[in-house]
Design a binder for this molecule. Structure first.
Ligand code: ATP
Length: 448
Protein backbone atom coordinates (compact mmCIF):
# COMPACT_ATOMS: atom_id res chain seq x y z
CA UNK A 1 0.00 0.00 0.00
CA UNK A 2 1.22 3.51 -0.68
CA UNK A 3 1.44 6.12 2.00
CA UNK A 4 -2.14 7.23 2.70
CA UNK A 5 -1.38 10.92 2.92
CA UNK A 6 0.75 10.89 -0.25
CA UNK A 7 -2.04 9.18 -2.15
CA UNK A 8 -4.55 11.66 -0.80
CA UNK A 9 -2.36 14.61 -1.84
CA UNK A 10 -2.24 13.16 -5.31
CA UNK A 11 -6.01 12.75 -5.45
CA UNK A 12 -6.53 16.29 -4.17
CA UNK A 13 -4.36 17.58 -7.04
CA UNK A 14 -6.45 15.61 -9.51
CA UNK A 15 -9.67 17.04 -8.09
CA UNK A 16 -8.25 20.53 -7.96
CA UNK A 17 -7.69 20.33 -11.69
CA UNK A 18 -11.10 18.88 -12.39
CA UNK A 19 -13.41 20.86 -10.16
CA UNK A 20 -14.22 24.52 -9.80
CA UNK A 21 -12.84 26.17 -6.66
CA UNK A 22 -16.34 26.16 -5.20
CA UNK A 23 -16.75 22.46 -5.90
CA UNK A 24 -13.29 21.69 -4.55
CA UNK A 25 -14.01 23.50 -1.30
CA UNK A 26 -17.41 21.90 -0.91
CA UNK A 27 -16.54 18.28 -1.62
CA UNK A 28 -12.83 17.68 -1.36
CA UNK A 29 -11.68 19.97 1.42
CA UNK A 30 -14.34 18.58 3.72
CA UNK A 31 -13.33 14.95 3.17
CA UNK A 32 -10.68 13.16 5.17
CA UNK A 33 -8.86 9.91 4.39
CA UNK A 34 -8.92 7.63 7.41
CA UNK A 35 -7.14 4.40 6.61
CA UNK A 36 -6.73 1.49 4.25
CA UNK A 37 -8.67 -1.67 5.00
CA UNK A 38 -7.63 -4.59 2.77
CA UNK A 39 -8.37 -3.18 -0.70
CA UNK A 40 -10.46 -0.31 0.51
CA UNK A 41 -9.71 3.27 1.31
CA UNK A 42 -11.91 4.66 4.05
CA UNK A 43 -12.85 8.29 3.60
CA UNK A 44 -14.76 10.39 6.08
CA UNK A 45 -17.29 12.85 4.66
CA UNK A 46 -19.40 15.30 6.69
CA UNK A 47 -22.99 14.52 5.65
CA UNK A 48 -25.22 12.04 3.80
CA UNK A 49 -25.43 14.54 0.98
CA UNK A 50 -21.64 14.59 0.67
CA UNK A 51 -21.58 10.81 0.78
CA UNK A 52 -24.06 10.57 -2.05
CA UNK A 53 -22.22 13.11 -4.16
CA UNK A 54 -18.92 11.33 -3.66
CA UNK A 55 -20.40 7.94 -4.50
CA UNK A 56 -22.05 9.14 -7.67
CA UNK A 57 -19.61 11.67 -9.00
CA UNK A 58 -16.17 11.31 -7.50
CA UNK A 59 -15.62 7.68 -6.54
CA UNK A 60 -14.49 6.65 -10.02
CA UNK A 61 -11.76 9.26 -9.92
CA UNK A 62 -10.49 7.83 -6.65
CA UNK A 63 -10.28 4.38 -8.25
CA UNK A 64 -8.51 5.75 -11.30
CA UNK A 65 -6.25 8.04 -9.32
CA UNK A 66 -5.15 5.26 -6.94
CA UNK A 67 -4.34 3.14 -9.93
CA UNK A 68 -2.35 5.88 -11.61
CA UNK A 69 -0.53 6.72 -8.41
CA UNK A 70 0.40 3.28 -7.19
CA UNK A 71 -1.00 0.69 -9.58
CA UNK A 72 -3.34 -0.60 -6.93
CA UNK A 73 -7.03 -1.20 -7.06
CA UNK A 74 -8.77 0.52 -4.21
CA UNK A 75 -12.45 0.74 -3.52
CA UNK A 76 -13.43 3.94 -1.76
CA UNK A 77 -15.78 3.58 1.19
CA UNK A 78 -17.38 6.76 2.47
CA UNK A 79 -18.15 7.04 6.15
CA UNK A 80 -20.16 9.59 8.04
CA UNK A 81 -18.51 11.11 11.12
CA UNK A 82 -20.25 8.82 13.61
CA UNK A 83 -19.30 5.72 11.59
CA UNK A 84 -15.74 7.00 11.38
CA UNK A 85 -15.67 7.57 15.11
CA UNK A 86 -16.90 4.06 15.79
CA UNK A 87 -14.25 2.64 13.51
CA UNK A 88 -11.44 4.58 15.14
CA UNK A 89 -12.29 3.21 18.55
CA UNK A 90 -12.72 -0.39 17.40
CA UNK A 91 -9.81 -0.73 15.04
CA UNK A 92 -6.98 -3.16 15.64
CA UNK A 93 -3.46 -1.78 15.62
CA UNK A 94 -2.67 -2.66 12.00
CA UNK A 95 -5.62 -0.72 10.69
CA UNK A 96 -5.00 2.38 12.72
CA UNK A 97 -1.96 3.15 10.60
CA UNK A 98 -2.74 6.40 8.88
CA UNK A 99 0.71 7.18 7.60
CA UNK A 100 3.89 5.22 7.25
CA UNK A 101 5.56 7.42 9.80
CA UNK A 102 2.91 6.52 12.38
CA UNK A 103 2.98 2.84 11.59
CA UNK A 104 4.95 0.63 13.92
CA UNK A 105 7.68 -0.69 11.67
CA UNK A 106 7.03 -4.35 12.17
CA UNK A 107 3.33 -4.12 11.53
CA UNK A 108 3.82 -2.79 8.04
CA UNK A 109 3.51 -5.03 4.99
CA UNK A 110 2.21 -8.05 6.93
CA UNK A 111 -1.11 -7.72 5.19
CA UNK A 112 -1.95 -10.11 2.40
CA UNK A 113 -4.11 -8.69 -0.33
CA UNK A 114 -7.43 -10.50 0.04
CA UNK A 115 -7.82 -10.71 -3.73
CA UNK A 116 -4.59 -12.64 -4.26
CA UNK A 117 -5.85 -16.18 -3.74
CA UNK A 118 -5.61 -19.38 -5.76
CA UNK A 119 -9.30 -19.01 -6.54
CA UNK A 120 -8.78 -15.77 -8.41
CA UNK A 121 -5.61 -16.90 -10.20
CA UNK A 122 -6.18 -17.94 -13.80
CA UNK A 123 -3.82 -20.60 -15.06
CA UNK A 124 -2.47 -20.91 -18.57
CA UNK A 125 0.65 -22.07 -20.34
CA UNK A 126 2.86 -19.30 -18.97
CA UNK A 127 2.17 -19.90 -15.30
CA UNK A 128 1.04 -23.52 -14.98
CA UNK A 129 4.23 -24.79 -13.50
CA UNK A 130 4.56 -21.89 -11.05
CA UNK A 131 0.96 -22.39 -10.01
CA UNK A 132 1.46 -26.12 -9.41
CA UNK A 133 4.61 -25.52 -7.39
CA UNK A 134 2.88 -22.85 -5.33
CA UNK A 135 0.02 -25.25 -4.58
CA UNK A 136 2.42 -27.94 -3.44
CA UNK A 137 4.20 -25.48 -1.17
CA UNK A 138 0.91 -24.32 0.35
CA UNK A 139 -0.04 -27.92 1.11
CA UNK A 140 3.30 -29.01 2.49
CA UNK A 141 5.36 -25.99 3.40
CA UNK A 142 9.03 -26.48 4.11
CA UNK A 143 9.12 -29.97 2.63
CA UNK A 144 9.70 -30.08 -1.10
CA UNK A 145 10.57 -26.79 -2.72
CA UNK A 146 12.43 -24.64 -0.28
CA UNK A 147 12.92 -21.91 -1.19
CA UNK A 148 10.36 -21.58 -3.95
CA UNK A 149 11.76 -18.96 -6.28
CA UNK A 150 9.24 -17.40 -8.66
CA UNK A 151 10.70 -15.22 -11.34
CA UNK A 152 9.51 -13.43 -14.47
CA UNK A 153 8.57 -10.11 -16.03
CA UNK A 154 6.70 -7.24 -14.48
CA UNK A 155 3.03 -7.69 -13.61
CA UNK A 156 2.76 -11.40 -14.42
CA UNK A 157 1.33 -12.58 -11.13
CA UNK A 158 4.34 -13.39 -8.97
CA UNK A 159 3.07 -11.42 -6.00
CA UNK A 160 -0.41 -12.84 -6.51
CA UNK A 161 0.80 -16.45 -6.47
CA UNK A 162 3.12 -15.85 -3.56
CA UNK A 163 0.34 -14.37 -1.47
CA UNK A 164 -2.04 -17.14 -2.54
CA UNK A 165 0.30 -19.56 -0.77
CA UNK A 166 -0.06 -17.46 2.38
CA UNK A 167 -3.86 -17.38 2.17
CA UNK A 168 -4.11 -21.09 1.51
CA UNK A 169 -1.89 -21.96 4.41
CA UNK A 170 -3.81 -19.68 6.75
CA UNK A 171 -7.00 -21.31 5.60
CA UNK A 172 -5.83 -24.84 6.34
CA UNK A 173 -3.82 -23.92 9.45
CA UNK A 174 -5.07 -20.64 10.90
CA UNK A 175 -2.37 -20.58 13.58
CA UNK A 176 0.39 -20.39 11.01
CA UNK A 177 2.59 -17.36 11.23
CA UNK A 178 2.83 -15.91 7.74
CA UNK A 179 4.86 -12.86 6.89
CA UNK A 180 4.76 -11.07 3.56
CA UNK A 181 7.26 -8.35 2.87
CA UNK A 182 8.86 -6.65 -0.10
CA UNK A 183 12.64 -6.73 -0.16
CA UNK A 184 12.63 -2.97 0.26
CA UNK A 185 10.46 -3.16 3.37
CA UNK A 186 12.77 -5.86 4.73
CA UNK A 187 15.73 -3.54 4.14
CA UNK A 188 13.92 -0.58 5.72
CA UNK A 189 12.86 -2.61 8.74
CA UNK A 190 16.41 -3.79 9.16
CA UNK A 191 17.88 -0.30 8.96
CA UNK A 192 15.20 1.02 11.30
CA UNK A 193 15.94 -1.71 13.77
CA UNK A 194 19.59 -0.66 13.85
CA UNK A 195 18.74 2.99 14.23
CA UNK A 196 16.27 2.35 17.02
CA UNK A 197 18.39 -0.38 18.61
CA UNK A 198 15.61 -2.88 18.11
CA UNK A 199 17.55 -5.60 16.33
CA UNK A 200 16.41 -8.32 18.66
CA UNK A 201 12.79 -7.46 17.96
CA UNK A 202 13.50 -7.41 14.25
CA UNK A 203 15.02 -10.89 14.41
CA UNK A 204 12.14 -12.27 16.39
CA UNK A 205 9.72 -10.79 13.92
CA UNK A 206 11.43 -12.35 10.93
CA UNK A 207 12.72 -15.59 12.32
CA UNK A 208 9.63 -16.74 14.21
CA UNK A 209 7.55 -17.30 11.13
CA UNK A 210 6.36 -20.47 9.44
CA UNK A 211 6.17 -18.92 6.01
CA UNK A 212 8.25 -15.98 4.89
CA UNK A 213 7.31 -14.36 1.59
CA UNK A 214 9.84 -11.87 0.22
CA UNK A 215 8.79 -10.03 -2.90
CA UNK A 216 11.07 -8.54 -5.57
CA UNK A 217 14.36 -9.61 -4.10
CA UNK A 218 16.23 -8.15 -7.08
CA UNK A 219 16.23 -4.94 -5.03
CA UNK A 220 18.66 -6.56 -2.59
CA UNK A 221 21.33 -5.75 -5.17
CA UNK A 222 23.76 -3.21 -3.74
CA UNK A 223 22.48 -3.60 -0.18
CA UNK A 224 25.37 -5.38 1.52
CA UNK A 225 24.18 -5.14 5.12
CA UNK A 226 20.67 -6.23 4.25
CA UNK A 227 21.98 -9.20 2.31
CA UNK A 228 24.06 -10.22 5.30
CA UNK A 229 21.03 -10.04 7.58
CA UNK A 230 18.84 -11.87 5.11
CA UNK A 231 21.45 -14.61 4.84
CA UNK A 232 21.07 -15.29 8.57
CA UNK A 233 17.29 -15.03 8.44
CA UNK A 234 17.27 -17.49 5.57
CA UNK A 235 19.55 -19.97 7.33
CA UNK A 236 17.55 -19.90 10.54
CA UNK A 237 14.27 -20.49 8.76
CA UNK A 238 15.67 -23.09 6.44
CA UNK A 239 17.26 -25.06 9.25
CA UNK A 240 13.95 -25.01 11.11
CA UNK A 241 12.25 -26.34 7.96
CA UNK A 242 10.19 -23.20 7.61
CA UNK A 243 9.06 -22.32 4.12
CA UNK A 244 10.59 -19.41 2.22
CA UNK A 245 9.11 -18.06 -1.01
CA UNK A 246 10.94 -15.45 -3.04
CA UNK A 247 10.10 -13.53 -6.18
CA UNK A 248 12.33 -11.64 -8.55
CA UNK A 249 12.26 -10.30 -12.06
CA UNK A 250 15.19 -12.56 -12.95
CA UNK A 251 17.13 -15.67 -11.89
CA UNK A 252 19.30 -15.44 -8.75
CA UNK A 253 22.57 -15.52 -10.68
CA UNK A 254 21.38 -12.66 -12.88
CA UNK A 255 20.81 -10.31 -9.95
CA UNK A 256 23.75 -7.91 -9.90
CA UNK A 257 25.79 -7.75 -6.73
CA UNK A 258 23.92 -10.54 -5.01
CA UNK A 259 26.32 -12.40 -2.73
CA UNK A 260 27.32 -15.77 -4.10
CA UNK A 261 26.20 -17.57 -0.95
CA UNK A 262 22.71 -16.14 -1.38
CA UNK A 263 22.66 -17.02 -5.07
CA UNK A 264 23.50 -20.61 -4.26
CA UNK A 265 20.92 -20.81 -1.45
CA UNK A 266 18.21 -19.37 -3.65
CA UNK A 267 18.91 -22.18 -6.09
CA UNK A 268 18.57 -24.93 -3.50
CA UNK A 269 14.84 -25.18 -3.96
CA UNK A 270 12.89 -24.71 -7.14
CA UNK A 271 13.33 -21.74 -9.44
CA UNK A 272 10.30 -21.51 -11.70
CA UNK A 273 9.47 -18.83 -14.19
CA UNK A 274 6.24 -17.15 -15.22
CA UNK A 275 5.97 -16.01 -18.82
CA UNK A 276 3.38 -13.66 -20.38
CA UNK A 277 -0.07 -15.19 -20.81
CA UNK A 278 -1.34 -16.16 -24.26
CA UNK A 279 -4.48 -14.57 -25.70
CA UNK A 280 -6.84 -17.19 -24.30
CA UNK A 281 -5.49 -16.79 -20.79
CA UNK A 282 -5.68 -13.03 -21.07
CA UNK A 283 -9.33 -13.24 -22.06
CA UNK A 284 -10.00 -15.62 -19.17
CA UNK A 285 -8.29 -13.21 -16.76
CA UNK A 286 -10.43 -10.34 -18.00
CA UNK A 287 -13.59 -12.40 -17.85
CA UNK A 288 -12.85 -13.38 -14.26
CA UNK A 289 -12.25 -9.84 -13.30
CA UNK A 290 -15.35 -8.56 -15.06
CA UNK A 291 -17.43 -11.18 -13.26
CA UNK A 292 -15.91 -10.31 -9.92
CA UNK A 293 -16.80 -6.68 -10.46
CA UNK A 294 -20.26 -7.55 -11.81
CA UNK A 295 -19.54 -5.87 -15.11
CA UNK A 296 -21.56 -6.66 -18.18
CA UNK A 297 -19.01 -6.86 -20.95
CA UNK A 298 -19.58 -8.63 -24.27
CA UNK A 299 -17.13 -11.38 -25.21
CA UNK A 300 -15.85 -9.56 -28.29
CA UNK A 301 -15.03 -6.53 -26.19
CA UNK A 302 -13.04 -8.66 -23.76
CA UNK A 303 -11.17 -10.19 -26.72
CA UNK A 304 -10.52 -6.73 -28.07
CA UNK A 305 -9.01 -5.51 -24.79
CA UNK A 306 -6.98 -8.71 -24.41
CA UNK A 307 -5.66 -8.19 -27.94
CA UNK A 308 -4.43 -4.71 -27.09
CA UNK A 309 -2.25 -5.59 -24.15
CA UNK A 310 -0.16 -8.69 -24.32
CA UNK A 311 2.75 -8.58 -21.95
CA UNK A 312 1.61 -7.49 -18.54
CA UNK A 313 -1.45 -8.61 -16.58
CA UNK A 314 -1.39 -5.51 -14.40
CA UNK A 315 -1.70 -3.37 -17.52
CA UNK A 316 -4.40 -5.65 -18.82
CA UNK A 317 -6.39 -5.16 -15.64
CA UNK A 318 -5.61 -1.45 -15.75
CA UNK A 319 -7.13 -1.31 -19.22
CA UNK A 320 -10.33 -2.86 -17.91
CA UNK A 321 -10.48 -0.39 -15.02
CA UNK A 322 -10.00 2.38 -17.53
CA UNK A 323 -12.76 1.13 -19.80
CA UNK A 324 -15.05 0.80 -16.81
CA UNK A 325 -14.26 4.31 -15.59
CA UNK A 326 -14.74 5.69 -19.09
CA UNK A 327 -18.14 4.01 -19.42
CA UNK A 328 -19.19 5.48 -16.06
CA UNK A 329 -18.09 8.94 -17.12
CA UNK A 330 -19.86 8.65 -20.45
CA UNK A 331 -22.83 7.06 -18.76
CA UNK A 332 -22.77 4.41 -21.45
CA UNK A 333 -22.63 0.63 -21.78
CA UNK A 334 -19.32 -1.10 -22.33
CA UNK A 335 -18.92 -2.03 -25.98
CA UNK A 336 -15.92 -2.63 -28.21
CA UNK A 337 -16.08 0.83 -29.71
CA UNK A 338 -16.30 2.43 -26.28
CA UNK A 339 -13.32 0.30 -25.17
CA UNK A 340 -11.38 1.44 -28.23
CA UNK A 341 -12.08 5.07 -27.33
CA UNK A 342 -11.13 4.55 -23.71
CA UNK A 343 -7.86 2.85 -24.60
CA UNK A 344 -6.97 5.47 -27.16
CA UNK A 345 -6.81 7.81 -24.20
CA UNK A 346 -4.38 5.44 -22.55
CA UNK A 347 -1.97 5.74 -25.44
CA UNK A 348 -2.30 9.53 -25.37
CA UNK A 349 -0.58 9.36 -22.00
CA UNK A 350 2.57 8.81 -24.01
CA UNK A 351 3.29 5.68 -22.05
CA UNK A 352 3.61 2.52 -24.00
CA UNK A 353 3.39 -0.97 -22.70
CA UNK A 354 5.60 -2.09 -25.55
CA UNK A 355 8.42 0.35 -25.08
CA UNK A 356 11.28 -1.14 -23.11
CA UNK A 357 14.00 0.64 -21.19
CA UNK A 358 16.52 -1.26 -23.32
CA UNK A 359 15.03 0.32 -26.45
CA UNK A 360 15.27 3.78 -24.92
CA UNK A 361 18.89 3.16 -24.00
CA UNK A 362 19.72 1.98 -27.47
CA UNK A 363 18.03 4.96 -29.17
CA UNK A 364 19.63 7.51 -26.81
CA UNK A 365 23.06 5.87 -27.12
CA UNK A 366 22.85 6.01 -30.90
CA UNK A 367 21.63 9.62 -30.88
CA UNK A 368 24.63 10.73 -28.84
CA UNK A 369 27.10 8.26 -30.40
CA UNK A 370 27.76 6.54 -27.10
CA UNK A 371 27.68 2.90 -26.12
CA UNK A 372 24.92 1.41 -24.00
CA UNK A 373 27.62 0.49 -21.48
CA UNK A 374 28.37 4.21 -21.16
CA UNK A 375 24.74 4.92 -20.33
CA UNK A 376 24.63 2.13 -17.78
CA UNK A 377 28.07 2.90 -16.37
CA UNK A 378 29.23 5.33 -13.72
CA UNK A 379 31.54 7.69 -15.66
CA UNK A 380 30.87 11.23 -14.55
CA UNK A 381 32.00 13.14 -17.67
CA UNK A 382 29.53 15.68 -19.00
CA UNK A 383 29.23 14.06 -22.45
CA UNK A 384 27.88 10.91 -20.82
CA UNK A 385 26.05 12.27 -17.77
CA UNK A 386 23.54 14.31 -19.76
CA UNK A 387 22.52 11.53 -22.19
CA UNK A 388 22.31 9.14 -19.23
CA UNK A 389 19.96 11.51 -17.44
CA UNK A 390 17.96 11.99 -20.62
CA UNK A 391 17.58 8.25 -21.01
CA UNK A 392 16.43 7.90 -17.40
CA UNK A 393 14.02 10.80 -17.90
CA UNK A 394 12.53 9.14 -20.98
CA UNK A 395 12.27 5.80 -19.20
CA UNK A 396 10.29 7.51 -16.45
CA UNK A 397 8.10 9.46 -18.86
CA UNK A 398 7.46 6.84 -21.49
CA UNK A 399 7.23 3.57 -19.63
CA UNK A 400 5.36 2.43 -16.57
CA UNK A 401 8.52 1.19 -14.90
CA UNK A 402 9.06 2.14 -11.28
CA UNK A 403 12.04 4.24 -10.19
CA UNK A 404 13.86 1.23 -8.65
CA UNK A 405 13.28 -0.78 -11.82
CA UNK A 406 14.73 1.98 -13.98
CA UNK A 407 17.70 2.31 -11.64
CA UNK A 408 18.23 -1.42 -11.92
CA UNK A 409 18.26 -1.28 -15.72
CA UNK A 410 20.86 1.45 -15.59
CA UNK A 411 23.54 -0.75 -14.09
CA UNK A 412 21.93 -1.15 -10.68
CA UNK A 413 21.67 2.50 -9.69
CA UNK A 414 19.67 3.73 -6.74
CA UNK A 415 16.14 4.98 -7.36
CA UNK A 416 17.13 8.40 -6.00
CA UNK A 417 19.59 8.76 -8.90
CA UNK A 418 16.72 8.26 -11.33
CA UNK A 419 14.58 10.72 -9.42
CA UNK A 420 17.36 13.28 -9.50
CA UNK A 421 17.91 12.77 -13.26
CA UNK A 422 14.21 13.21 -13.91
CA UNK A 423 14.06 16.42 -11.89
CA UNK A 424 17.15 17.87 -13.55
CA UNK A 425 15.91 17.26 -17.06
CA UNK A 426 12.39 18.46 -16.25
CA UNK A 427 13.78 21.71 -14.87
CA UNK A 428 16.23 22.21 -17.73
CA UNK A 429 13.40 21.73 -20.23
CA UNK A 430 11.92 25.01 -19.00
CA UNK A 431 14.70 27.08 -20.50
CA UNK A 432 16.95 24.93 -22.69
CA UNK A 433 15.68 24.92 -26.29
CA UNK A 434 18.38 22.49 -27.52
CA UNK A 435 17.40 20.01 -24.90
CA UNK A 436 13.74 20.43 -25.80
CA UNK A 437 14.53 19.67 -29.45
CA UNK A 438 16.60 16.65 -28.56
CA UNK A 439 13.89 15.20 -26.32
CA UNK A 440 11.30 15.78 -29.02
CA UNK A 441 13.48 14.01 -31.61
CA UNK A 442 14.09 11.11 -29.29
CA UNK A 443 10.44 10.77 -28.36
CA UNK A 444 9.47 10.75 -32.02
CA UNK A 445 12.03 8.07 -32.82
CA UNK A 446 10.85 5.98 -29.90
CA UNK A 447 7.20 6.25 -30.84
CA UNK A 448 7.84 4.95 -34.33
N1 ATP B 1 -2.90 -15.52 -13.84
C1 ATP B 1 -3.50 -14.49 -13.25
N2 ATP B 1 -4.80 -14.58 -12.92
C2 ATP B 1 -5.44 -13.53 -12.36
N3 ATP B 1 -4.86 -12.37 -12.07
C3 ATP B 1 -3.56 -12.23 -12.38
C4 ATP B 1 -2.82 -13.28 -12.98
N4 ATP B 1 -1.57 -12.85 -13.18
C5 ATP B 1 -1.51 -11.62 -12.71
N5 ATP B 1 -2.70 -11.23 -12.22
C6 ATP B 1 -3.05 -9.92 -11.66
O1 ATP B 1 -2.20 -8.95 -12.26
C7 ATP B 1 -1.80 -7.98 -11.33
C8 ATP B 1 -0.29 -7.95 -11.26
O2 ATP B 1 0.18 -9.14 -10.68
P1 ATP B 1 1.35 -9.20 -9.61
O3 ATP B 1 1.41 -7.94 -8.82
O4 ATP B 1 1.24 -10.46 -8.86
O5 ATP B 1 2.59 -9.22 -10.59
P2 ATP B 1 4.15 -9.36 -10.29
O6 ATP B 1 4.64 -10.39 -11.21
O7 ATP B 1 4.37 -9.56 -8.84
O8 ATP B 1 4.67 -7.92 -10.74
P3 ATP B 1 5.98 -7.09 -10.29
O9 ATP B 1 7.09 -7.64 -11.07
O10 ATP B 1 5.64 -5.70 -10.68
O11 ATP B 1 6.15 -7.26 -8.81
C9 ATP B 1 -2.43 -8.37 -10.01
O12 ATP B 1 -3.61 -7.62 -9.84
C10 ATP B 1 -2.78 -9.83 -10.18
O13 ATP B 1 -3.90 -10.20 -9.43
Amino acid sequence: MPDLQELWNYLRDVFQNDLTPVGFNAWIKTAKPLAFRANEILIEVPSPLHKEYWEHNLATKVVEGAYEFAEIELTPIFLLPDQAQELQTKKPAEERSLTKAETPTFLRETHLNSKYTFDTFVTGKGNQMAHAAALVVSEEPGVLYNPLFLYGGVGLGKTHLMQAIGHQLLLSKPDTNVKYVTSEAFANDFINSIQTKNQEKFRQEYRNVDLLLVDDIQFFADKEGTQEEFFHTFNDLYNDKKQIVLTSDRLPNEIPKLQERLVSRFKWGLPVDITPPDLETRIAILRNKADAEHLEIPEDTLSYIAGQIDSNVRELEGALVRVQAYATMQNDEITTSLAADALKGLKLNGKSSQLSIAKIQSVVAKYYSLSIADLKGRKRVKEIVLPRQIAMYLAREMTDSSLPKIGQEFGGKDHTTVMHAHERISQALDHDQNLKDAILDLKNTLKN
